[in-house]
Design a protein around this ligand. Sequence first.
Ligand code: PSU
Ligand code: MN
Length: 296
Amino acid sequence: MLRVADEVAAALADGRPVVALESTIIAHGLPRPDNLRVAAEIEDAVRSSGAVPATVAVLDGEVRVGLDEAALERIALEAGVEKLSLRDLGPGAASGRPGATTVAATAHAAALAGIGAFATGGLGGVHRGAATTFDESADLTALAATPVVVVCAGVKSILDVGATLERLETLSVPVVGYRTDRLAGFYLSDAGHPVPWRADAPADVAAMQRARRALRLPQALVVANPLPPAEQIDPELHERVLADALAAADAAGATGKAATPFVLGRLHEGTAGESLRANVTLVLRNAALAAEIAAS
Ligand code: PSU
Ligand code: MN
């Protein structure tokens, strides 16, 4: 059921660094055909920083950890690739159809394969209006139960970031700012909230994770790596376009697992590619940092 690519298995057996990568961002978070190029760039970023990339997806009834070129192309370009969160992993694999894994599902597969580090863009979390819709990403509960280091640019800015931080605290998931005391804001450098912990080097993160392992703590360690201010989206543009995107999602009735891809798509259109550029930049930076942490 779990097929670990030869290169990934060999690296793990030798104790060399490996970084898991999610595929939902490829299939549902970035527009085609650029997404295929970006998927390869993310893997290159991991390699250049000294680790073996292991992109996770479901193909032909198996959870694949590490994709070859053909498999990556199927996930990026094939029509009807499912978005698979943790609840969907069993039915998705049994269906035989291709599926892209979210943060929740990828973290689970990474831990199962013995991979300690994982890179993504922005975490899922508590959606705005969750008090009435109950829409909270399954990323949260998966992070509470999966002992991997997750490098991200904070929480997706389309969410209720403050509520997400509260939930992470309740779930005992540590959030560590990388070279900052502020929470990274996905497209923005600063989400407007402080973080409880800080690391200034990959070795600091490795030391935290070593301590967590020794103490048998079952949660993920979240490392929030901010975009430098020069690379962020103009905050005013962000606020304006986000308000439109959220209203459009409401009007279109985009709920459940369709909500996040819908809003991200609207943002990419509404910012004339600015959010896309920022999204790609932050993912590449996270992939590189995750590789350094894995090596450390
Ligand atoms: N980060 C991105 N783009 C994405 C996602 C994260 O930059 O597309 C995906 C991740 O796979 C994350 C998912 O796990 O969105 C969250 O979706 P939901 O809110 O439906 O759980
Ligand atoms: Mn949801």
